[in-house]
Design a protein around this ligand. Structure first.
Ligand code: ADP
Length: 468
């Protein structure tokens, strides 16, 4: 079975969030299950890509917004990437340093999809399924079914995976003439509430749709930034498949980004060495419980609640340390920075993206805070479990599917509301747990052994392909 994954992110080539981790791991695990998984993504002009050996294997041209663009298909061979990977190079359109944040992003998404389909047809490649990740590539099912230029691919089965339904990629109907000619009686498939909505169109046109956790799929049927009715009406082809984690890469026994490696039997000394490193860098007291947060500083992650929750928790308990690693909304970043001066030795933060530091926090923290308002799957809680760090989560989406409260014979701390009070109360429960040393250490060992590897989920995707 041959699968073509199409995505704007893939670790380690370009990562903004969980999408990259999934597209960088799922194909590898599928290849272990007798599937040939290929990944296509844009060529970015970033440090990682510039260091790679790339080989041009095909080229062509597309017309986008009345401009002729040449494209090149570049294959990337690296020991770090255990699947076929092709980068689509389009000068002045895709060859930028960052993944997102450009004014012409709609054209970037469209140009990528046009070039990809043009290449597949030109080279007469055949795939059993085209697997589209998020709205950036979710127009492919429509294009191949209704555009004359891609008629050779008509009826190729497609899957759209929704990693995050908040982002739908909509653009104005005025841009319809940028799309390749299509049978206009189907224009309604592109529309959702008065604009062209790629994610909605993907849900309507794909053979199957999935979210990255079962609970998230159920939640989206109630609240999906306007798509809830659509997901309810298409529910017979929708399913939730929980993400896995790449347990080869996220392995505290071999992780080269840690100061000391460890396994369940050495978790206490291993975590202590990594915690010491964090404490030395950020001025914390190693004997106090350390609560970490890693993620985008945005409302979805409840990062706006963190400054007040940190202030209240440290004021009330004194004997705790909190560390935040993240970047996002400037207001949140600006509210976090002064807390360093307000609570020296108790609170610290690194504003920015730092892969190595994130590994050190997963290993060195005692608890990981995830009070998310929305969490389609959430990978951080699974990484933290693997590194023996107890997750403190809001019961939502994938967090609900992966973390059981210690009060229910589980191993984490769960709360229902995204509120300052709930976060503070959970931190209080964390301190109590930390002080119950026997139980705390038992749980650290226990959570490291929970299996969240991709093997099971990769098979679920294959089962889903076979249903089409
Ligand atoms: P999302 O995709 O919504 O941001 P996920 O939990 O699915 O959230 O994935 C987040 C991924 O990004 C994890 O691998 C996490 O470690 C990483 N990450 C997020 N912010 C940072 C940061 N500031 N520095 C390093 N890694 C980060």
């Amino acid at each position: 079975m041959k699968i073509l994954h199409t995505s704007f992110e893939c670790y380690p080539i370009a990562k903004v969030g969980g999408l990259a981790d999934v597209v960088g791991a799922l194909p590898k695990y599928q290849n272990n299950l007798n599937v040939t998984a290929t990944v296509t993504m844009p060529y970015y002009e970033n440090t990682f890509v510039k260091q790679q050996k790339l080989k041009e294997i095909s080229s062509g041209n597309i017309i986008l917004d009345a401009v002729n663009y040449d494209y090149k298909i570049l294959s990337l061979d690296s020991n770090e990437i255990p699947f076929n990977l092709y980068l689509i190079h389009i000068s002045n359109l895709l060859d930028r340093e960052q993944v997102y944040g450009y004014e012409d992003e709609t054209n970037r998404y469209l140009g990528f999809q046009f070039a990809l389909l043009d290449w597949v047809i030109k080279e007469k490649l055949s795939f059993d399924v085209i697997h589209c990740h998020d709205h950036h590539t979710a127009l492919i099912p429509f294009f191949i079914n209704y555009c004359n230029s891609y008629k050779e691919l008509k009826n190729t089965p497609t899957i759209v995976t929704i990693h995050n339904a908040q982002y739908q990629g909509h653009f104005s109907h005025e841009k319809l003439d940028v799309l390749p000619a299509f049978d206009f009686k189907h224009v309604g498939l592109l529309d959702w509430y008065g604009s062209v909505n790629p994610l909605a169109c993907g849900i309507k046109c794909a053979s199957r749709v999935n979210t990255v956790s079962p609970s998230y799929m159920e939640e989206l049927k109630e609240n999906a930034n306007g798509l809830e009715g659509l997901l309810r009406s298409e529910s017979n082809k929708c399913v939730g498949i929980l993400n896995g984690i790449d347990t080869d890469f996220w392995n505290p026994e071999t992780d080269t980004m840690l100061v000391k490696n460890y396994k369940p039997s050495t978790v206490i000394s291993g975590k202590k060495a990594n915690k010491k490193e964090l404490c030395d860098i950020y001025g914390f007291d190693i004997d106090l419980p350390l609560f970490g947060f890693i993620g985008r500083l945005v409302g979805e992650k409840s990062a706006d609640l963190l400054p007040e929750a940190i202030r209240q928790s440290i004021s009330e308990h004194k004997e705790i340390n909190i560390f935040v690693l993240g970047s996002g909304h400037k207001e949140i970043e600006n509210q976090l920075q002064p807390l360093k001066e307000e609570f020296p030795g108790k609170f610290n933060t690194h504003i920015g993206y730092d892969e190595k530091l994130s590994h050190l926090v997963y290993a060195g923290a005692d608890f990981l805070l995830m009070p998310s308002r929305v969490e389609p799957c959430g990978l951080n809680q699974m990484y933290s479990l693997r590194y023996g760090t107890l997750p403190i989560v809001r019961r939502t989406g994938g967090l609900k599917d992966t973390v059981i409260d210690i009060g229910d014979e589980g191993f984490g701390i769960c709360h229902d509301q995204a509120s300052v009070w709930d976060i503070c109360y959970s931190i209080k429960r964390g301190i109590e747990l930390y002080n119950n040393k026997n139980l705390f250490r038992r749980k650290q060992k226990q959570i490291m052994k929970i299996d969240h590897s991709w093997t099971k989920s990769a098979q679920e995707y294959i089962d889903l392909y076979k249903l089409i």
